[in-house]
Design a protein around this ligand. Structure first.
Ligand code: DQA
Length: 146
């Protein structure tokens, strides 16, 4: 059983980028904690961060073919702009959970709309990096049911 965690642009700066909004944990901290949890449940967790839209799309395409059961994605700024990521996710048949570290609905109005939400089975915003853990718990539970 495989889950893919995708992080969009600028999230490589997690921990140092606007920490008052995104916190002090690094992306490695987040990925390592998620992987530990996944492994305890007998899952394999792959993660990718990219500042390039096409690279995220390629990873979604690969997930269609390698038995990935769920994608947890924080598309970052592409959330609000990318029809191409939405289209790629529409071609993936498993579970999709969209995660935002910050409460996007409390921020600028351009962050209120998400293309990815049209596909996501669930959306988490404003829980900090804990949101990824909530999404992973749900992915494990729901894929086990299916
Ligand atoms: C974000 C919110 C987006 O609006 C922003 O562009 C990000 C991060 C979040 O995790 O809160 O880069 O997805």
């Amino acid at each position: 059983r495989k889950v893919l965690v995708l992080h969009g642009p600028n999230l490589n700066l997690l921990g140092t980028r606007q920490p008052e909004i995104y916190g002090y944990e690094t992306l490695d901290d987040v990925n390592n904690a998620l992987r530990e949890k996944a492994v305890m449940d007998g899952w394999e967790l792959n993660s990718l961060q990219s500042n390039h839209e096409g690279e995220l799309i390629d990873a979604i395409h690969a997930a269609r073919l390698d038995g990935t059961l769920a994608i947890i994605i924080n598309p970052a700024a592409y959330t609000h702009t990318s029809v191409a990521i939405l289209d790629a996710l529409n071609a993936f048949e498993g579970i999709v959970y969209e995660v935002h570290i910050s409460n996007v609905h409390q921020r600028e109005s351009f962050r209120h709309h998400s293309y990815v939400s049209l596909r996501a089975n669930g959306v988490i915003a404003g829980l900090g990096t804990q949101g990824y853990h909530a999404a992973l718990d749900a992915a494990i539970k729901n894929a086990d049911k299916a």
